[in-house]
Design a binder for this molecule. Sequence first.
Ligand SMILES: C[S@@+](CC[C@H](N)C(=O)[O-])C[C@H]1O[C@@H](n2cnc3c(N)ncnc32)[C@H](O)[C@@H]1O
Length: 261
Amino acid sequence: MENSNHIQCNYIFQGDCLDLSRQIPDGYVSMILTDPPYGISYRNNFSSQKHSVLEGDGGIDYERMAEESYRILKDNSHAYFFTRFDCYPYHYKCLEKAGFTIKNCMVIEKGAVGGIGDLKGSFANNSEWLIFCQKGRRTFNRTCLLENKNKEGTQFHHGRKPSAKYKTRFNACWFGEEYPKATYHPIWQKKHEIYHPTIKNAEFLSWLIQISSLPGELVFDGFMGTGSTALAAIQTGREYLGAEIDPDYYRIIQKRLHDKI
Ligand SMILES: C[S@@+](CC[C@H](N)C(=O)[O-])C[C@H]1O[C@@H](n2cnc3c(N)ncnc32)[C@H](O)[C@@H]1O
């Protein structure tokens, strides 16, 4: 790719994200929103479409990924890393060791409940987990994403001025009608013929982008999959940069960004 003095924006590298990030100067990106492989062998069989085993499912060097993420992120910026309950302690440790301040574990409702695992002896996984980190400190943007219940503002405590019409404080758990879902329903994948076992909903990602970055800023995702983060960045007027190692998924990204779906 480009030399380190000139990193192209709105660009997705087909290859290992660590090869890309090595070329990115310190503090270059304004936000990280990424969904690394969890080191599991994940193959499901929905929509009668077999997904290939994901690249990296044998495990990525998470510690190094965390260090590089911290290095390329601008001071006073936000980073979100998708995780899963059983990998969470390790991911948390690596991100903390890399220097991040870990603020929350977000829990977001999925668009459909998966049918894998011990169907009769475990609870259905109906959520996605995200580790929300800061490098330094950045406050959330004021957005129009969620209205307060009382449209003119909510009276939190007796005698206090009503808050603004739009929420400025979000819950860490996003469930129910008012929030976008973390993933698509299988019918969506079938309709658009975009198949990936861990695809995320671009609208949901666009909410995080609007909360944590400004128009024109650069959002980084080293594990693009089908390009959901790039699409969300485009839809919200941000720039994107990232990588995808699998040539088949890389082709889907090109199609998805072209068709804007
Ligand atoms: C969990 S999926 C991301 C899915 C994505 N959020 C979406 O909405 O489509 C992780 C992706 O990382 C890719 N991957 C695995 N190891 C990688 C590496 N070292 N560098 C870049 N991409 C990698 C996999 O091929 C996979 O598509």
